[in-house]
Design a protein around this ligand. Structure first.
Ligand SMILES: *Cc1c(COP(=O)(O)O)cnc(C)c1O
Length: 346
């Protein structure tokens, strides 16, 4: 593997980061804060929040079994995805490789950052081959994007291929585990020490039920996390988000219960869908959604909209012709969907 220093863009390597008032004074003994031009009234919202969200990282660390120094928190996973481009990819020179189809933000961030995005098609089981991804790389390939369970296909990627890629690639492997809570496959978080070129993304937006607060996590070596900390906006995670996340961490039992229920509901929906006349093929899912090939995705999508039910039409996505992506809801919501589809006539 190349060193992180070699992989980092020269301007980022040389960057002298912005130093905020809260960075310069980190002690806890002071009681009069006249250093940041804050308004002394309207506490606690008058004060800038902790730029490195240390208390929150300590709590996350307990649940994820990863030391706080290996954690980056951002305004959604989307911030972390954008940061990897800004840190490692020289516009118009470097490139990245990704499986296809997958989560759309990897390509959007590539386009925004003017970085070439190379797609490698999955096979008919929505699996990838490490050799095929490696064959698409060259000396300017800095990153490879994987997503497991993958969006929109819903399946876990093969662990053996992920490991093969981690061993065979000399750049960084980004593994998006946004849906890992719903999978029976173990997370790669426990492998961080083994793979210095691995970055794992997770999020509060799905299993944690907190899409509104915008909190994403990246886990990686301390060297990589330091680079993220150097280039992120100083106060990228606001106080309200930090507080709400803390509260959720203390209610972890509830998240576990939601996940268990949603996995059961997924099984229920899969059984029901298998019996619908409009279902052509069900794809197995390890996430809180599933992909289903139907007789006519556009017509059925529009029909459901008319019934007040919104699913995701993935018809125009590679390998997903006539496919709908359905998020698992409550039993009431799921039954409404099933009843509507039973009443559908082509
Ligand atoms: C939903 C999702 C995310 C979450 O993004 P946030 O910015 O944290 O809300 C990340 N990756 C994938 C693949 C997703 O589907």
């Amino acid at each position: 593997m190349k060193t992180i220093e070699e992989l980092t863009r020269p301007n980022i390597r040389q960057l002298k980061p912005y130093s905020s008032a809260r960075d310069e004074y980190k002690g806890v003994t002071a009681s009069v804060f006249l250093d940041a031009n804050e308004n002394p009234y309207n506490g606690p919202h008058n004060r800038y929040p902790d730029p490195l969200q240390w208390d929150l990282k300590v709590e996350i660390s307990k649940i994820k079994k990863v030391a706080p120094e290996h954690i980056f928190l951002g305004n959604g996973s989307d911030e972390a995805i954008d940061l990897v481009y800004r840190a490692f990819c020289e516009p118009r020179i470097d490139n990245v490789v990704a499986i296809d189809p997958t989560y759309g933000m990897y390509q959007v961030c590539a386009d925004v950052n003017d970085v070439e995005y190379r797609k490698v098609l999955l096979d008919e089981h929505f699996q990838f081959s490490a050799d095929k991804l490696l064959a698409a790389t060259d000396e300017h390939t800095k990153l490879i994007f994987l997503c497991s369970p993958n969006n929109p296909t819903g399946n876990d990627l093969l662990r053996s291929e992920i490991e093969k890629l981690l061993h065979g690639f000399d750049g960084l492997v980004l593994l998006d585990e946004a849906y890992n809570d719903f999978s029976d496959a173990p997370s790669f978080l426990s492998e961080l020490d083994k793979y210095p070129n691995l970055i794992v993304f997770q999020t509060f937006s799905k299993a944690w039920g907190c899409a509104a607060i915008r909190l994403g996590m990246a886990f990686a070596s301390t060297e990589i996390i330091s680079i993220f900390n150097k280039i992120k906006y100083p106060y990228n995670v606001n106080l309200l988000t930090q507080k709400q996340a803390m509260e959720m961490l203390h209610r972890y039992y509830e998240i576990e219960r939601w996940v268990k229920t949603l996995k059961e509901e997924r099984g229920y929906l899969e059984e029901q869908f298998a019996q619908l006349p409009c279902t052509v093929k069900m794809y197995p899912s390890d996430a809180n959604f599933f992909l289903v090939r139907v007789t006519d995705a556009v017509k059925i999508y529009n029909y459901l909209v008319g019934e007040g039910i919104i699913v995701r039409n993935r018809n125009s996505v590679a390998l997903c012709g006539n496919c709908l992506r359905v998020t698992v809801g409550t039993r009431t919501e799921n039954d409404k969907l099933i009843e509507a589809l039973k009443a559908y006539t082509a």
